[in-house]
Design a protein around this ligand. Structure first.
Ligand code: 5GP
Ligand code: ZN
Length: 113
Protein backbone atom coordinates (compact mmCIF):
# COMPACT_ATOMS: atom_id res chain seq x y z
CA UNK A 1 0.00 0.00 0.00
CA UNK A 2 1.31 3.39 -1.00
CA UNK A 3 -0.56 6.18 0.76
CA UNK A 4 -0.85 8.57 -2.16
CA UNK A 5 -1.75 5.96 -4.80
CA UNK A 6 -5.33 6.02 -6.12
CA UNK A 7 -5.34 2.35 -7.10
CA UNK A 8 -3.93 1.25 -3.71
CA UNK A 9 -6.93 3.06 -2.23
CA UNK A 10 -9.24 1.10 -4.53
CA UNK A 11 -7.54 -2.13 -3.39
CA UNK A 12 -8.03 -1.17 0.27
CA UNK A 13 -11.64 -0.05 -0.30
CA UNK A 14 -10.94 3.56 0.69
CA UNK A 15 -11.97 4.69 -2.81
CA UNK A 16 -15.08 3.00 -4.24
CA UNK A 17 -14.97 1.16 -7.56
CA UNK A 18 -17.27 -1.02 -9.63
CA UNK A 19 -15.41 -4.28 -8.96
CA UNK A 20 -16.15 -7.06 -11.47
CA UNK A 21 -13.64 -9.69 -10.35
CA UNK A 22 -11.08 -10.52 -7.70
CA UNK A 23 -8.40 -13.16 -7.09
CA UNK A 24 -5.79 -13.54 -4.35
CA UNK A 25 -3.45 -11.28 -6.35
CA UNK A 26 -5.62 -9.01 -8.49
CA UNK A 27 -8.78 -7.00 -8.64
CA UNK A 28 -10.67 -5.91 -11.74
CA UNK A 29 -12.96 -2.88 -11.87
CA UNK A 30 -14.65 -0.80 -14.54
CA UNK A 31 -12.76 2.22 -15.85
CA UNK A 32 -14.40 5.49 -14.81
CA UNK A 33 -14.04 6.84 -18.38
CA UNK A 34 -14.74 3.82 -20.61
CA UNK A 35 -13.31 3.73 -24.14
CA UNK A 36 -15.25 0.61 -25.19
CA UNK A 37 -18.50 -1.11 -24.09
CA UNK A 38 -16.32 -3.25 -21.82
CA UNK A 39 -13.39 -1.32 -20.35
CA UNK A 40 -12.02 -2.94 -17.23
CA UNK A 41 -8.78 -2.28 -15.37
CA UNK A 42 -7.07 -5.36 -13.98
CA UNK A 43 -4.53 -4.46 -11.31
CA UNK A 44 -2.28 -6.30 -8.88
CA UNK A 45 -3.13 -5.77 -5.21
CA UNK A 46 0.57 -5.23 -4.65
CA UNK A 47 1.83 -1.75 -5.56
CA UNK A 48 4.26 -1.81 -8.47
CA UNK A 49 4.54 1.11 -10.90
CA UNK A 50 4.28 -0.89 -14.14
CA UNK A 51 3.93 -4.42 -15.47
CA UNK A 52 7.66 -5.04 -15.98
CA UNK A 53 8.30 -4.10 -12.36
CA UNK A 54 5.52 -6.45 -11.30
CA UNK A 55 6.99 -9.28 -13.39
CA UNK A 56 10.42 -8.79 -11.79
CA UNK A 57 9.01 -8.59 -8.26
CA UNK A 58 6.22 -11.16 -8.36
CA UNK A 59 5.95 -13.53 -11.36
CA UNK A 60 3.00 -15.40 -9.83
CA UNK A 61 0.96 -12.21 -9.51
CA UNK A 62 1.83 -11.33 -13.11
CA UNK A 63 0.58 -14.65 -14.44
CA UNK A 64 -2.54 -14.25 -12.33
CA UNK A 65 -3.17 -10.79 -13.77
CA UNK A 66 -2.81 -11.96 -17.39
CA UNK A 67 -5.00 -15.00 -16.76
CA UNK A 68 -7.63 -12.84 -15.09
CA UNK A 69 -7.95 -10.64 -18.20
CA UNK A 70 -9.23 -13.58 -20.26
CA UNK A 71 -11.88 -14.41 -17.69
CA UNK A 72 -13.02 -10.78 -17.68
CA UNK A 73 -13.19 -10.69 -21.49
CA UNK A 74 -15.08 -13.99 -21.62
CA UNK A 75 -17.58 -12.97 -18.94
CA UNK A 76 -18.16 -9.32 -19.87
CA UNK A 77 -16.94 -8.79 -23.43
CA UNK A 78 -17.18 -10.48 -26.77
CA UNK A 79 -14.30 -12.92 -26.32
CA UNK A 80 -12.05 -10.76 -28.49
CA UNK A 81 -10.27 -8.15 -26.46
CA UNK A 82 -7.30 -5.84 -26.33
CA UNK A 83 -5.02 -5.80 -23.30
CA UNK A 84 -3.04 -2.56 -22.99
CA UNK A 85 -0.39 -1.53 -20.48
CA UNK A 86 0.39 2.13 -21.01
CA UNK A 87 3.89 2.42 -19.57
CA UNK A 88 5.46 5.82 -18.96
CA UNK A 89 4.09 9.34 -19.29
CA UNK A 90 4.68 9.54 -23.07
CA UNK A 91 2.59 6.39 -23.50
CA UNK A 92 -0.20 8.11 -21.53
CA UNK A 93 0.26 6.27 -18.26
CA UNK A 94 -1.44 8.54 -15.75
CA UNK A 95 -1.75 6.22 -12.75
CA UNK A 96 1.58 4.73 -11.68
CA UNK A 97 0.21 1.55 -10.16
CA UNK A 98 0.42 -1.30 -12.68
CA UNK A 99 -2.86 -1.81 -14.56
CA UNK A 100 -3.94 -3.58 -17.71
CA UNK A 101 -6.77 -2.08 -19.71
CA UNK A 102 -9.12 -4.80 -20.99
CA UNK A 103 -11.07 -3.36 -23.92
CA UNK A 104 -13.83 -5.33 -25.62
CA UNK A 105 -17.33 -5.16 -27.03
CA UNK A 106 -16.68 -3.18 -30.19
CA UNK A 107 -14.51 -3.43 -33.29
CA UNK A 108 -11.11 -2.00 -32.35
CA UNK A 109 -8.91 -0.20 -34.86
CA UNK A 110 -5.21 -0.82 -35.44
CA UNK A 111 -2.73 0.82 -35.14
CA UNK A 112 -3.81 2.74 -32.04
CA UNK A 113 -3.31 6.51 -32.00
P1 5GP B 1 -3.59 5.12 -17.75
O1 5GP B 1 -3.81 6.44 -18.46
O2 5GP B 1 -2.66 5.30 -16.55
O3 5GP B 1 -3.14 4.02 -18.68
O4 5GP B 1 -4.99 4.64 -17.22
C1 5GP B 1 -5.58 5.11 -16.04
C2 5GP B 1 -7.04 4.83 -16.15
O5 5GP B 1 -7.61 4.99 -14.87
C3 5GP B 1 -7.78 5.80 -17.08
O6 5GP B 1 -8.39 5.05 -18.15
C4 5GP B 1 -8.80 6.47 -16.19
O7 5GP B 1 -10.05 6.67 -16.82
C5 5GP B 1 -8.91 5.51 -15.02
N1 5GP B 1 -9.26 6.14 -13.76
C6 5GP B 1 -8.72 7.28 -13.25
N2 5GP B 1 -9.25 7.54 -12.04
C7 5GP B 1 -10.14 6.54 -11.78
C8 5GP B 1 -11.01 6.26 -10.68
O8 5GP B 1 -11.07 6.97 -9.67
N3 5GP B 1 -11.79 5.15 -10.78
C9 5GP B 1 -11.75 4.32 -11.87
N4 5GP B 1 -12.57 3.26 -11.87
N5 5GP B 1 -10.94 4.55 -12.93
C10 5GP B 1 -10.14 5.66 -12.88
ZN1 ZN C 1 -0.61 1.64 -5.70
Amino acid sequence: MTDDCLFCKIVSGDVPADVVGETDHTIAFRDINPQAPTHVLVIPKRHEPDVASLAAADPEATVDLITHTRRIADELGTGSYRLVFNTGADAFQTVFHCHGHVLSGRSLTWPPG
